[in-house]
Design a protein around this ligand. Structure first.
Ligand code: SF4
Length: 365
């Protein structure tokens, strides 16, 4: 069995680690790029959302490299995600690829569903090996996400632009190559230490922008034209709640202590939206309400035609938590120059707003 997978940010590092520990033959296509997008757009129904198109492009590229079995996400939610696997399988078959798609049954059986799907993909590995591989993959994911949080802070204030990104690229390689927990821990510790030592401008108080919206476009930089990095170049500290490691914590495991950020976010959204609208629409509204005091503004990323995010986009201007929100609709028409112009204008607006607020506070004192 040669297993292929679509990309979602740095998730491939975790899946690779699991496959290596289980002696699996995993085919990771190249990171999403213009060719991936062109393939996805060419063979997808036009009105489908960008995550579908990019993932289909990844799957075609994996099939070209010889994968005969594909891992796919799925679920029984109320948006199009539930149809992804069936339609993608049909398209791949129509293109002549005789591939099997294995949908990870996370929505239904949480951790057990995930582990059972993993077992299906191995040639008879026992449960102890599967659990051990799963834990190691998660440890890698956790390490990447911890480092990325530091990168988001450093980018905003680094004296030499690009320093944090260079270290992040090296960190990802080191984590990808780590074969045991000791090496992994050392890589995490060393790169966080190096990021902390990057020369920074200590005089500035960077603007803080929260990133919210649909899961895939938040986590896959190619799909949003690397908005976080561009904000960092403009001297903005980005805060994002959505990380795959966090999602795993709250989605795969039962939560005996009842500490659940997602529940808090749903509760915060209740005055404006009383139920799940599919995808991440409920969370998008709740995040604005819950975190408005911590942010100067919010960048809301939504795939074009994504119904849950359209609901959220229409509610957000009416909340009493009044901070500026810039919605960016991501599709194959999104162009870098247009995104940069909007980000620059948004950052100008936030700076002006902070300046006016500071002035008013001085007058009151
Ligand atoms: S949440 Fe939106 S973008 Fe994601 S699968 Fe559902 S409809 Fe598509």
């Amino acid at each position: 069995m040669r297993v292929g997978m679509p990309h979602l940010g740095n998730l491939y590092i975790c899946i690779k680690a699991m496959a290596n520990r289980l002696n699996g033959d995993l085919i990771v296509p190249s990171l999403s790029n213009q060719r991936t997008l062109s393939l996805g757009v060419k063979y997808s129904p036009e009105g489908l959302c960008l995550p579908f198109k990019l993932m289909l492009g990844n799957l075609i590229e994996a099939a070209e490299l010889g994968a005969d079995t594909m891992i796919m996400v799925g679920g029984f939610g109320i948006c199009r995600l539930g149809y992804y696997t069936k339609i993608q399988k049909q398209i791949l078959h129509d293109l002549g690829y005789d591939v099997e798609l294995v949908q990870f049954g996370i929505s239904e059986n949480k951790l057990l569903g995930f582990l059972q799907s993993m077992k299906r993909l191995t040639s008879g590995e026992g449960w102890p090996s599967i659990i051990s591989a799963f834990r190691f993959g998660l440890a890698k994911l956790g390490a990447v996400d911890k480092i990325e949080r530091v990168v988001q802070k450093v980018r905003a204030v680094e004296q030499v632009k690009g320093a944090a990104n260079r270290l992040f690229t090296q960190a990802i390689q080191a984590i990808d190559q780590a074969d045991d927990y000791g090496t992994l821990k050392r890589a995490q510790r060393d790169y966080i230490a190096q990021l902390n030592q990057v020369p920074k401008d200590t005089q500035v108080q960077p603007l803080v922008v929260g990133m919210t919206g649909e899961f895939y476009v938040l986590l896959e930089p190619f799909s949003n034209l690397d908005v976080e990095n561009e904000l960092g170049k403009l001297g903005v500290e980005v805060r994002r709640r959505t990380f795959v490691s966090e999602w795993v914590k709250y989605s795969l495991f039962l939560n005996p202590l009842g500490i659940d950020e997602t529940k808090k976010i749903h509760k915060a959204a209740l005055p404006y939206l009383k139920r799940d609208v599919g995808g991440d629409g409920w969370e998008t509204v709740g995040e604005k309400v819950l975190h408005a005091k911590e942010y100067d503004g919010i960048v809301h990323l939504a795939p074009f035609t994504c119904t849950p995010e359209i609901v959220a986009q229409n509610i957000m201007p009416s909340t009493k938590e009044n901070i500026p929100v810039l919605t960016i609709l991501c599709d194959e028409q999104l162009a870098k120059a247009g995104v940069l112009t909007r980000l620059e204008a948004f950052v100008d607006l936030l700076e002006r707003k902070r300046w006016v607020n500071n002035k008013q506070q001085r007058v009151v004192v």
